[in-house]
Design a protein around this ligand. Sequence first.
Ligand code: SAH
Length: 224
Amino acid sequence: MRFDIITVLPGLLESPFAHSILQRAQKKGIAEIIVHNLRDYATGKQKSVDDYPYGGGSGMVMTIQPFAACIDHLKSERDYDDIIFMSPDGETLNQSIANQLSIKGNIIILCGHYKGIDQRIRDIYVTRELSIGDYVLSGGELPAAVLVDAVVRLIPGVLSDETSALSDSFQNDLLDAPVYTRPADWNGHKVPDILLSGNTPAVEKWRFEQAQERTKQRRPDLLE
Ligand code: SAH
């Protein structure tokens, strides 16, 4: 799976993809994540990527030309399944959307800044708009990193068995069960006996019940 991320601040995306599971996925050749500097596609002496909003008001708006040039260039090289704009007014990202995206081939992600991007980029190019929650960040880079992380860890072969995504929260409309590791007794705070029993079916049953209980208490909406 290939992600092309278009941003005016590529430096913001260096670290998130250079560690742990995302780094491994790229090394294994399962995911390719390419960050493009929007400014490289800007024409004009100033290489400007933003301008004053029509109608007045505060904040700058990202212009069409550099995004169009970068997207057209990418599309001339391969087909894309989706061109996603990260935006607080988009559909809220969830595990089901991450699952849908994890079986796609090529995706472009656009990161906005300032007041946002010229509406016409959204009208002409964008096929899907995703928000990472009801709050406003200063740019689309962190949301893009969140999206790529959520999707890449679901691609078969990325996670090893020990970190399997199948029992994670939301994967089956349940939150995950609590987890414990050594020592079995920490100053009198003990690990539940069942987890030390070696009885796998009983442990599975306990985990399922715990997941149900936790979901009932914290996220009853998931059980509806
Ligand atoms: N004026 C816009 C917010 C602009 S914030 C509005 O009120 O809707 C600048 C950029 O940050 C956005 O274009 C978007 O790319 C990104 N961004 C901010 N919050 C986000 C969120 N919750 N989810 C996804 N992207 C977000």
